[in-house]
Design a binder for this molecule. Structure first.
Ligand SMILES: Nc1ncnc2c1ncn2[C@@H]1O[C@H](COP(=O)(O)OP(=O)(O)OP(=O)(O)O)[C@@H](O)[C@H]1O
Ligand SMILES: [Mg+2]
Length: 396
């Protein structure tokens, strides 16, 4: 018997099965070219290595519903990793979903790791403040050789926070801001209790339904927190989180970080509820650190013991400025509790930064005006008014 090329270690979808069952089924028949003769039914012929797209094309996905069950309505987002469409269930036209296309083009290693992570983690996380992944669908790309495409099907959310904040006709009362931030922290409390870090907190990844329910979305960069058995520190990548929302520990090269990275991002988002644009818009890592120092003060061992062991601490010259968080935010935030909570969320030392649980107990949420019920947030239902806002929801 001749030797055939070994099948790839992982079949498309093979690593995505969580305990909750096959949302994204593995190939029912085989995991690769296997031992079938060239050109055998369903298997790819032998020859040069297949590109990821053609690799996926060589399989049938009988348990993966066809995306044609949904009718596309409009393109609503263009993410780094794929396009997002609003679509309607053809059998029940009142059911509206978001289809996030998985970009297969640039993948050298098969099904994109970001989509695998997103699927695997979202399968585990079911919560009112986490976007609900309904199913995975597959389809064929009519333009490109009918190659196989995959879509993540989500419940549809009418708004994202970046869109709402950039629309000056959308006004938030203090009670409504409290409701938004409370739901954001509720979502984070839930994922952090489940040992997941989001790692891409930003206003565009915070969705809001027409009922005013906030949903944390875009788990493409998220990961599980590993508990190292050997006592060795974790060595995660620190090239995560969109620059403007990236905490100082990541910018200084920390690789053994934790949920506090999301709290920093949540703090930036919370401040944005008043300032209406991102509070620290750095042009590069070093500039971002400078902006953080100007707001939160110098990153020195007296305020942050252990900062001196971070890779970039000695390489980057940072000014020793005083902390001015309260002073600089007060003109925007009249509420003293809001300023106090933000000061704790934007704490330089991640080990002293407030966690989601304590943040939810903060007086900000337990003093008048109380977080207002979603009913009073329902003015979000008003059609978008600005061209800028329209542009986020335009047809392709
Ligand atoms: N369930 C949904 N309902 C409505 N709109 C959505 C939904 N999911 C995503 N979107 C829109 O599509 C945009 C991109 O989606 P998402 O953030 O999941 O993709 P991404 O490729 O990971 O994005 P990026 O790299 O830009 O962060 C969102 O900012 C949002 O405007
Ligand atoms: Mg996103």
């Amino acid at each position: 018997m001749s030797h055939h090329p070994a099948p790839p270690a992982v079949a498309p979808g093979a690593t995505v099965l969580g305990k909750s069952g096959p949302l994204f089924p593995t190939s029912p028949v085989r995991v690769g070219p296997g031992l079938d003769p060239p050109g055998a039914e369903g298997g790819p012929p032998f020859g040069p290595p297949l590109s990821p797209a053609s690799y996926a094309d060589s399989f049938a996905f009988p348990f993966c519903p066809d995306v044609s069950k949904y009718e596309r309505v409009a393109k609503v987002g263009q993410g780094t990793f794929g396009e997002v469409f609003k679509a309607r269930d053809r059998r029940d036209r009142s059911r509206v979903v978001a289809l996030k296309k998985v970009l297969m083009d640039n993948e050298k290693e098969g099904f994109p790791i970001t989509a695998l992570r997103e699927i695997k983690i979202l399968q585990l996380l079911r919560h009112d403040n986490i976007v609900n992944l309904i199913e995975i669908c597959c389809g064929r790309n009519a333009a490109q050789n009918k190659s196989t495409l995959f879509y993540l099907v989500f419940e549809f959310c009418e708004h994202d926070l970046a869109g709402l904040l950039s629309n000056c006709n959308v006004k938030f009362s203090l009670g409504e801001i409290k409701k938004v931030v409370q739901q954001l922290l509720n979502g984070l409390y839930f994922i952090h209790s489940n040992k997941i870090i989001h790692r891409d907190m930003k206003a565009a990844n915070v969705l809001i339904t027409k009922q005013g329910v906030l949903k944390l979305a875009d788990f493409g960069l998220s990961r599980a927190i590993s508990i190292s058995k050997s006592g060795q520190p974790n060595r995660y990548t620190n090239r995560v989180v969109t620059l403007w929302y990236r905490p100082p520990e990541l910018l200084l090269g920390e690789r053994n970080y934790g949920p506090a990275v999301d709290i920093w991002g949540a703090g930036c988002i919370m401040a944005e509820m008043w300032t209406r644009s991102p509070i620290m818009q750095g042009s590069a890592e070093q500039h971002q650190l400078m902006l953080i120092a100007q707001l939160c003060g110098g990153m020195t061992p007296d305020v942050w013991p252990g900062v001196e062991r971070l890779d970039l601490y000695h390489k980057i010259k940072l000014p020793k400025l005083p902390r001015r968080v309260k002073e600089r935010l007060r003109p925007y935030l009249k509420d003293q509790w809001a300023v106090d909570l933000l000061d704790k969320m934007l704490c330089l030392d991640p080990s002293k930064r407030i966690d989601a649980n304590d943040a939810l107990d903060h007086d900000f949420f337990w003093t008048d005006p109380m977080p207002s019920e979603s009913d009073s947030v329902s003015h979000f239902v008003l059609p978008p008014l600005l061209p800028l806002y329209y542009s986020r929801f335009r047809q392709p």
